[in-house]
Design a protein around this ligand. Structure first.
Ligand SMILES: N[C@@H](CCC(=O)N[C@@H](CS)C(=O)NCC(=O)O)C(=O)O
Length: 216
């Protein structure tokens, strides 16, 4: 039996591949592991059956035999550890790739999510215009640091790894902010990730879900 992941039945991102099941789909595609998808509604995500898989009532989850996981970091790491192709074999390089996964989730993603939330939900608030530049600058700081570290390299640390996969999915959340355009090398890094055949397959699969939901 292939592993089963959960994803939005009707993703609020309208198939743009911003929902976090995209990370897990991409990782599974990179390692060539077929998978099943169970689509869930917002209401179902808050019901006991889903809460047993993810206590926070979120997607994605991952089930494989008697293992159930939540949190994309843990799921992608699990996939990368059990299949070749997403983590280097050298022990130190492997640890560095995992460090980049944590950096994507713990250092890059928080200010990016904060900005995204404000742009989505605070536009009509009196403080929005004043707060926005501060949120943008926090993201710019991280993008500048990342750009300096990339230093024109294709990937963060040698060959493409789960660290890049996680970083690219986090950076893609900036697609509508215009901020990536200010860092052409980071934008090119994201584009390199998006050009990978495994990314395309994952993207098309989640887009097909949205298109089917729109037709019904
Ligand atoms: N830290 C979690 C975040 C999961 C998350 O935020 N999932 C979103 C979709 S991308 C979700 O389920 N949102 C609906 C909700 O929180 O009710 C992870 O990386 O798995």
């Amino acid at each position: 039996m292939p592993p089963t992941i959960t994803a939005f039945e009707n993703s609020p991102d309208r198939g743009r591949g911003q929902a976090r099941d995209m990370r897990v789909r991409w990782a599974l595609e990179e390692v060539g592991q077929p998978y099943d998808v169970r689509l869930v509604s917002f209401a179902a995500m808050k019901q006991p059956a889903h809460l047993a898989l993810n206590p926070f009532g979120q997607i994605p989850t991952y089930e494989d035999g008697d293992l159930a996981l939540f949190e994309t970091g843990a799921i992608v790491l699990h996939i990368a550890e059990r299949h070749g192709g997403l983590l280097p074999t050298d022990a130190n390089a492997r640890s560095r790739a995992i460090a980049w996964m944590f950096a994507a989730l713990n250092t890059m993603e928080p200010p990016i999510v904060e900005l995204g939330m404000a742009m989505l939900f605070e536009r009509d608030k009196s403080w929005y215009a004043e707060r926005l530049p501060m949120l943008q600058d926090r993201v710019r700081t991280r993008l500048g640091e990342l750009s300096r570290r990339l230093g024109g390299a294709d990937w963060l640390d040698g060959a493409f790894s789960a660290g890049d996969l996680m970083m690219v999915t986090v950076l893609r959340r900036l697609n509508t902010s215009g901020l990536l355009d200010e860092y052409p090398d980071v934008a090119a890094y994201v584009a390199r990730g998006e050009a990978r055949p495994a990314f395309r397959r994952a993207f098309d699969a989640q887009l097909a879900v949205f298109q089917a939901a729109s037709r019904s």
